[in-house]
Design a protein around this ligand. Structure first.
Ligand code: NI
Length: 389
């Protein structure tokens, strides 16, 4: 069973919706136009619409007889990025861009909603969950905190992300972790300022900071087991104003990624110990602020099997990757998976041309895959909420 014919029929409509959303990107919790567009289209399809969860979140409810309930989730937000593409649907909002394909995710779920509203070939309830602020700001967590699953009870929840570098017409899915946990940290290293020519009269926080950056790389494999994938990355190193003055202070910042809770638990104390220890060795001090952001995205076995079977129906068994290497990227769908069993899959977006991967200023969602993703959603619903289930 390849792409559903009726969905292929409205491929052009979906392409137009996707490009319209792409052209008008909005970032975390400010997705007002996008949210309005989604709500309006769902209403056009005859779907009951609830607004206001997590601010700009939208939930569509479609019932067809008695039966279980399923949640399908798409994210609506864009990134703070200047788009470098020059096509007609280029972003009109300066400094904002759909560089992660959430425009495509929103569109594929709308396509599925339209089809399911037309056909109603299932027994139960579908909740179409359109969430804000997937990037950095945990809109998924806010939806859960705002009572998503109390107001819209589901037995299972499913998510999807397009994946550049993975061929068009393929889907990757497995039980267990798909995406890493994401934390962030900031380290303030305080020494004592001095003349750049007489560093012995001060305590140079730049030198201390540099040593800390290197030492943090020993956490992977010297603190945590080498078998456990982790990343500790320093992405910021700020300090000093001029050529000949050693500053009092430098501030380092970065992110950590991991999969297992025990490993995630080990990282914060290790950063603190290393930073404070290295600083103390030089007579400086280091202060750590550590923030836990996203848990790992972990698929449940049963739902992963269901998703894999549906994927095989759409793209063919040989095009289902059952053993994808988990990504060190992160996803706030993880918060929904903490509350309900479910599964998150990657949909091939085609080759990332010239390094044009997610979060790249030249990225664009591949419209060719819109019917594939929408068909996957539809068959998933028709399988999970099959007649007489
Ligand atoms: Ni994304």
């Amino acid at each position: 069973m390849p792409v559903i014919n009726r969905i292929a029929d409205f491929h052009d409509d979906m392409t137009a919706w996707r490009r319209d959303i792409h052209q008008h990107p909005e970032t975390a919790f400010e997705e007002h136009r996008t949210s309005d567009t989604v709500a309006r289209r769902l209403e056009e399809f005859g779907i009951e619409v609830h607004r206001g969860l997590a601010g700009t979140g939208v939930v569509g409810i479609l019932r067809s007889g008695e039966g279980p309930s399923i949640g399908l989730r798409a994210d609506m937000d864009a990134l703070h990025l200047d788009e470098l593409n020059e096509f007609d649907h280029k972003s009109v909002n300066d400094g904002r861009m759909h560089a992660c394909g959430h425009d495509g995710h929103t569109t594929m779920l709308l396509g599925a909603a339209r089809y399911l509203a037309e056909t109603g070939n299932f027994q139960g309830t579908v909740h179409f969950i359109f969430q804000p602020a997937e990037e950095n700001e945990a809109g998924g967590r806010v939806m859960v905190e705002d009572g998503l699953f109390e107001k819209f009870p589901v037995e299972a929840v499913y998510g999807m992300h397009n994946w550049p570098g993975q061929s068009v017409g393929t889907i990757a899915v497995s039980e267990g972790p798909m995406m890493a946990a994401f934390d962030l940290f900031e380290l303030t290293v305080t020494g004592r300022g001095a003349h750049g020519a007489m560093p012995h009269l001060g305590i140079d926080p730049v030198v201390v900071g540099a040593e800390i950056v290197g030492a943090l790389q020993t956490i992977a494999s010297r603190v945590t087991d080498a078998q456990d994938a982790i990343v500790v990355t320093v992405t910021k190193f700020h300090g000093g104003d001029t050529w000949n003055v050693i500053p009092d202070q430098v501030v380092l910042g970065g992110t950590t990624r991991s999969f297992r809770p025990q490993v995630q638990d080990a990282i914060e104390p290790a950063i603190r110990r290393i930073a404070e220890g290295v600083a103390a060795a030089h007579g400086a001090t280091a202060e750590l602020r550590y923030e836990r952001r996203y848990p790992p995205t972990v698929n449940n076995a049963r739902e992963a099997e269901i998703a894999a079977n549906v994927a095989a129906e759409i793209v063919g068994e040989t095009n289902v990757d059952h053993h994808p290497v988990p990504s060190m990227g992160s996803e706030d769908f993880s918060f929904m998976l903490q509350e309900r069993p479910g599964c998150y899959v990657w949909l091939g977006n085609g080759p990332g041309k010239a390094g044009c991967m997610l979060h790249n200023p030249n990225y664009d969602f591949n419209d060719e895959i819109l019917p594939i993703g929408a068909s996957y959603w539809v068959r998933l619903v028709e399988n999970v909420l099959s007649q007489g289930a």
